[in-house]
Write a protein that binds this ligand. Structure first.
Ligand code: ZN
Length: 194
């Protein structure tokens, strides 16, 4: 697995290293798969205290205050359903995710860049259907030629992904660490390494 390039997009904040809570929407599906929707434990406890979430599963670990002791939540579900966004932002991350972090010419999964299918010098625009993830080698090989001139072909015709489609793409990239209590609420296309 070549996770280094991908990891540069999704940094794991320090606060999520210890006992993060998986956050589910009111329909018991994660708010997002990639990055996986997680909260620091302090936030999860606060939200439970404010009755914004229901605790579904817990860690064995407790936190204590002078007056009380509470087990750290490992899975929480939002009381109010959050409507998923319909439109997908045209960002570097989303474009790479659409293309599964793979070069759309050769399929390699190392460090990636962008390629304009119709070169900019020939009027190609920067849009979902004209930009694809490409490795440096293919990008260089194609240069500012058309696909036909370069004798190259795309693995898939690029187009704007739907929000649900992109969310599902995220299932292909499970994080390295998955707590056992999360597994009941997640399903991954990639093989689980539990
Ligand atoms: Zn390539």
């Amino acid at each position: 697995m070549n996770g280094d390039f991908r990891a540069s997009f999704v940094r794991e904040p320090q606060s999520l290293r210890h006992h993060p809570a998986l956050v589910l929407n009111a329909d018991y599906r994660p708010l997002s798969y990639y990055p996986l929707s997680l909260w620091p434990w302090q936030e999860a406890i606060k939200a439970a205290w404010l009755d914004r979430v229901q605790i579904v599963a817990e860690y064995d670990t407790c936190v204590r205050s002078p007056s009380t002791s509470i087990r750290i939540p490992s899975v929480v579900v939002l009381r109010d359903y959050v409507k998923p966004q319909k439109r997908v932002a045209f960002t570097r991350f989303n474009l790479f995710l659409r293309d599964e972090f793979a070069c759309q010419y050769c399929g390699s999964k190392g460090e990636l860049t962008f390629d304009h299918v119709i070169p900019r010098s020939r009027g190609g625009v920067t849009s979902w259907d004209n930009v694809v993830a490409a490795c440096a080698t293919c990008n260089l090989r194609k240069g500012s030629r058309s696909l036909r001139k370069a004798g190259m072909s795309l693995r898939r015709t690029p187009c704007q992904p739907g929000a649900e489609e992109l969310k599902n793409q995220g299932r292909k990239f499970p994080p390295n660490h998955l707590h056992e209590t999360w597994l009941d609420f997640l399903y991954w296309d990639a093989e689980l390494q539990a």
